[in-house]
Structure formats: C-alpha cells, structure tokens
Design a protein around this ligand. Sequence first.
Ligand SMILES: *Cc1c(COP(=O)(O)O)cnc(C)c1O
Length: 451
Amino acid sequence: MSKVKIFLEERDMPRAWYNIQADMPNLPQPPLHPGTKKPVGPDDLSPIFPMGLIQQEVTTERWIEIPDEVMEIYKIWRPSPLYRARRLEKALDTPAKIYYKYEGVSPAGSHKLNTSVPQVYYNKVEGIKRIATETGAGQWGVALSQACNFFGLECTVYMVKVSYHQKPYRRTMMETFGAEVFASPSEQTSTGRQILKEDPESLGSLGMAISEAVEDAAGRDDTNYALGSVLNHVILHQTVIGLEAKKQLEMVDLYPDVVIACCGGGSNFGGAAFPFAYDKIKKGSKVRLLAVEPSACPTLTRGHFGYDFGDVAGFTPLLWMYTLGKDFMPPGIHAGGLRYHGDSPLVSQIVHDGIAEARAYGQTAVFQSAILFAKTEGTIPAPESSHAIHGAVEEALAAREAGEARTILFNLSGHGLLDLPSYETYLDKKLVDYPLPEESLKKALANLPQI
Ligand SMILES: *Cc1c(COP(=O)(O)O)cnc(C)c1O
C-alpha cells in the first residue's frame, strides 16, 4: 500500500522561485502605457509598485532566491502536503493514480498567501507603510491583510460592495488582522464618489474596486498597490507549489502524466504547472498541463489573444493576453475567483504556444465533482478549486476508458469553508449553468482597444 500523505521536510523547501521567462520559446509582447501605447518602463510603475517587484516583473533570470524573512513566514504552513486521493480513485474505479497538492492549509485558506507575503516584504524593504488593494470574494483581501499584519504595514481593502454584504465572514477575517475594509464603490476616492453620484445603488465590480485602490495608492507617497494574480511576479511566487509537488512525487518515484489547476488570473495554474513546463521545454518531457476555467467566463478557450486593459476604467497598462474584453460582465457564478475577463500574459502565451492546454466546464458539473471529492476525501473544496477536481475526475475516467495507469496531479488551491452558501444553493438544486452565447461574446470583444 503506497503512501497517502507525502510530506517534505522544512529543509527540503525550495530556496528559489522559478521564473519561466528564462525558458519560454516566445515571451509575451510587453505591457503598453494606456495613454501613449508605448511599452511601460520602471518609472511608469514605481508610483504604485516597489522596485523589487518591478524587477521580478521583467527579469529573465531563471531562479530568484526567496528572502530569509519570507522563508520564515512560509514555514508557518509550507511545505504544504501532497495527498493521494485513494478513496476518490476507488469511487471512480480508475487505474489512474490521483495526487493533489493542498494549498488550503495556509492560514488564509488558499494559495494567495504565497504571494502576499513576498509582496508585502518587498514593499516594507523600500519603506512603504501602507498597501491598498481590491478584493472580490475576499480571498486576496484576507491573504494581503495577514501579510501586512506579519510585517507591520497598514492595509486598506476596497471590497466589491455586493460581496461586502454577501461574504461578511471574509470581511471579519480581514478586520481581525487589522485591515480597514471599504465597500466599493466608496466615498474614499474620486472614482468611487463619481460612480455613486451616477448610481447610488451601484453594487460595485472588480474593475471599479481596482480603480479605487490604484487611485488611493497613486495619491500617497507612503502607500503602494498590490495585485493577487495575473502579473509575472505573482506567478513567480506561486511556483513554490509546483516545485514542492515535483519533489514530493519524486519521493514516491513518480512523475505526472498530467498537471491540472483551475485558472482565474492564472497564478495557481502557473505556480503549479510552470516547474513542469520547464521539463517540457528543456528536457522534452511529455507531461500535459491543463488549465480549467468556467464555461461562463471562458477566457483561454474562447477569448481573443492580443492587447487589452486590465480594468474597466482603462487605468492599467495594456496587457498581452487572452481576453473576453474589459467590458465583459461575467454572470454571478459561485467561483468568484474565476470571473476575471483577462488572464496572466505568461499563462496566455504558454497556452497559445501549445505548451499548456485549456478546458472549460459548467458549474453544475463542477459542483458534482466537488461533492464527490468532499464525500470521498473529507475536504470541502473552494468552488474555484473544484474546477481542477472536475478536470482530474474527467482524466481519471478517460484513463479507465483507455485502461491506462496515468498519474494525475492537481492543485487544490483552497478550502470552501467560507463558501458554504454556494454549497447550499447547489444542495437546494438552485444552481444553474451560464454557457456564454456566441452573441454576447462577439459584443464583449467588439470594444477591444485598437493597437
Ligand atoms: C483567487 C483564487 C483562485 C483564482 O486565482 P488564480 O490567480 O487563477 O489562481 C483559485 N482558487 C482559489 C481558492 C482562489 O482564492
């Protein structure tokens, strides 16, 4: 009987993050200034990001050493465990071996603390006293407020108003760590006041909250802005997931045939998959890398590959990525973390070049697999992570069909204990799918910026 839990020792934790920019056959086109449409330079970004992170955004060095202060905090929950899902395998009657890396053991309950800790660290080193950010469902706000608390920085979070009222417990978590949380649109910024003047009942959106947080950070010397996904430095920090998982599988003499993760802005997918993409690019490994997204927000599978803005207001640089158009309003699916119109430029390029592949699923199928996983393995998964579970279930069933003993690795990016209202909706049979009609897609893509 093989092992169910595979633990690394602290001393075997990776000492450096892996930067795929060193090895990609094609780098993404550079980000462009929203006004001049010229490539952005460090000076354009320095009002809201520290130099340490701006350098990580553009470097082509392969390994970036993890600072000791960051390692010390990582050790609170890292190395995270790798589990073999034996009871799930049995329920699926599959010859495949299913392993999952579990990032829900972090005190934030998700992988996002892997990047909030180094982001706050590099800000602290450069004398920043306060960080402003946005959050949708609240996972990023929680992770950033914990990291700010560890390093003694103030934290201000603009939380999309509808979530502020629907997800009160994530707000309480942020406030427990000392963060100040405003429902966005708020009276704190001129963007917020303007939106409220036009529509006092506005429920807010991620695009609006980004605009408020950027305005706050740009207006104060002691304050910077932080983003929880999409950017190159965020993906870089998340590679601890894949680096650890690779070592853990080596401990049982295995190498995956397929690596699966859900994809919103791309950070947990890039983090889990890029260390394996290295093997694929440099060593001819045949491993498949599978990004799973919701069919209601099918950025990688049906989006346009080219330049688009990161936010609704058009404040951010133009990014080279798969996009549904910045005006795309995704339906209110329960995987709040997968509702972004764009995607990481690094992940987009890797998918475009055929090094990784993408698949989209509807949320009712995803919740069926989430319930099966909860019943067999005992953990209630986040709705976002459940997309990866559904991908793994499909792979395991395909292995049964083909009579093949595949090794499947997926990343369980977080637990779902603060997402129980979504489970309630499913159990009450009120959950519906929102496949995106071709018409709406065409409409959303009609307004792409002309470059
Ligand atoms: C935010 C979040 C995601 C989606 O973000 P990525 O950057 O695509 O990883 C996925 N899972 C969980 C649990 C999250 O909190």
